[in-house]
Design a protein around this ligand. Structure first.
Ligand SMILES: C[S@@+](CC[C@H](N)C(=O)[O-])C[C@H]1O[C@@H](n2cnc3c(N)ncnc32)[C@H](O)[C@@H]1O
Length: 466
């Protein structure tokens, strides 16, 4: 096509969902990185707005990102923009005609949509907007039902629902390229999932975690606190092989009390494998097994492309590990005395994170990512309290507020080098690597500020799979 010369330096417009604002930039950056591309915003970039303009991409890159993103709603090839309709018109008339003409010729069919953010336009006003664009040289035929090309006029009325301006703050016009994967939030909702538990991770956040982890086709992904496997469900959807461990026998075997309303016990096939089967990804299931994350059973090797997990915080599940306060009596041959009964002891949050980072440093491939949730007591939070490891660098740290005084932060780290012998001593050499003991009192702090009714309602919602 004669126009292909220019098509590599186009600007693309992303329309993003206005929820989970913190999670959007790391998601888009990770998805671009999966394609070997960087994030180049065009002009004055404002992260919290619903519209981002990106440069330096090809249409296949944008399609690739949209095939994965749950934060982005739609993407467009940007043809024109401006603060007023008159500026938009000037901008559109300046857009190279060779970029437009392949989509406007007389044998083509098309449709123009009007989208307004933070304002509802009546139908006649939408039609007026479309009619006013008659300066564009469309030669094809309008087809509302199945057009070959879809165009969109997008008007941005700001983000304050209590202060909606009469005229839009900004206007864009472009050719629609693709929609994102918001539908996954509904299709994979835990409400309709076969096997759920009290702490099953929300579907949207699970997909966001898989994207932050840059999970790719044929990767091997591990969740050391697998629970009901929500994170494995998301990663297997992106065609990664998945496995996990959990200390809880009932969770791994899908036994015990059901977390569903009106159901006392779990049914015969309520387990993680059945969850993957429900979504057609059973062939990506490696296995899950009972294991204590504080005593990993894996051979010493970089086995995993990504480790993605939601460790226990002690709110809806206990934070326990195997072992006893007394020294366990072991014979020289490694066999426990007959009288030994394994018991559990508290697994402090600071130890959970230290173990998780150490484990990741040893078992991730170089370039592999660890994505996990860190619960924080907001009044005491500072970046210094986020656990560090000399082999892992922090890529993003996104907050999800839980209450006025607590939140959890989604931390994404990348393994930058192999562990060395002296790394074990890093915390003594450099205070930044010492575990922050304040994490250990998270449970007490969480309950201290919440009134009991809130907790009850919150728990009820989770049990009902909301
Ligand atoms: C927050 S839940 C994970 C929920 C999971 N993401 C899901 O979607 O169902 C934490 C899990 O860690 C498990 N766990 C607690 N202590 C553990 C330990 N020491 N080793 C391994 N798993 C542990 C709990 O049994 C629980 O299933």
């Amino acid at each position: 096509m004669a126009t292909s010369v220019n098509r590599s330096c186009l600007t693309y417009l992303l329309h993003l969902a206005q929820d989970n604002l913190d999670f959007r930039l790391p998601e888009i950056k990770a998805l671009l990185a999966l394609r070997g591309k960087s994030f180049h915003p065009s002009g004055d970039f404002q992260e919290k707005t619903p519209f981002w303009c990106l440069d330096g991409l090809a249409e296949e890159d944008v399609r690739g990102v949209m095939a994965r993103s749950v934060c982005a709603k739609s993407a467009f090839e940007l043809w024109g923009h401006g603060q007023t309709h008159s500026e938009l018109r000037t901008s559109l008339l300046n857009y190279p005609s060779e970029n437009m003409s392949p989509f406007m010729h007389k044998d083509s069919t098309y449709r123009i949509n009007v989208y307004t953010f933070n304002k509802t336009l009546e139908f006649p006003d939408r039609i007026k907007r479309i009619d006013a664009m008659d300066y564009l040289p469309f030669e094809g035929t309008v087809s509302l039902k199945s057009p070959q090309h879809i165009f969109c006029l997008l008007e941005d009325y700001g983000t304050d629902p209590n202060d909606i301006p009469e005229h839009p703050n900004y206007i864009y016009f472009g050719r629609w390229i693709a929609d994102g994967q918001r539908e996954l939030i509904r299709s994979h909702s835990v409400k309709n999932r076969h096997f759920i538990g009290n702490t099953s991770m929300d579907a949207g956040l699970s997909f966001i975690m898989a994207n932050h982890a840059k999970v790719n086709e044929n990767d091997l992904v591990f969740d050391p606190f697998v629970g009901t496997g929500s994170l494995l469900v998301a990663c297997s959807h992106f065609r990664a092989y998945v496995c996990g461990t959990d200390i809880d026998y009932n969770t791994i075997h899908g036994r015990g009390r059901s977390s569903r309303k009106n159901q006392k016990w779990r049914g015969p096939d309520e387990n993680i494998r059945a969850n993957l089967r429900q979504y057609g990804t059973e062939e990506m299931y490696i296995d899950v097994m009972i294991s204590d994350a504080s005593k990993p059973v894996w051979r010493e090797a970089p086995l995993f492309d990504a480790i993605i997990t939601d460790p226990p915080y002690g709110i809806r599940e206990s934070t326990r590990r195997t072992g006893s306060h007394k020294d366990v009596t072991k014979h020289a041959d490694g066999i426990y005395l007959e009288s030994h009964v394994p018991v559990s002891q508290a697994y402090h949050l600071s130890d959970i994170f230290t173990d998780l980072l150490n484990f990741s440093a040893h078992h991730l491939v170089v370039g592999g990512r660890l994505v996990y949730w860190l619960p924080v007591y907001r009044p005491e939070y500072s970046e210094e309290t986020v656990p560090l490891h000399p082999c892992l660098r922090i890529l993003s740290n996104c907050e999800q507020t839980l209450s006025s005084h607590t939140s959890r932060r989604l931390i994404t780290m990348e393994k930058i080098r192999k562990p060395e012998e002296l790394d074990g001593l890093a915390q003594f050499a450099d205070g930044r690597f010492s575990p922050y003991q304040g994490h250990n009192a998270f449970r007490e702090k969480y309950f201290s500020g919440l009134n009991k009714r809130c907790i009850k309602e919150d728990n009820k919602a989770v049990v009902n799979g909301q």
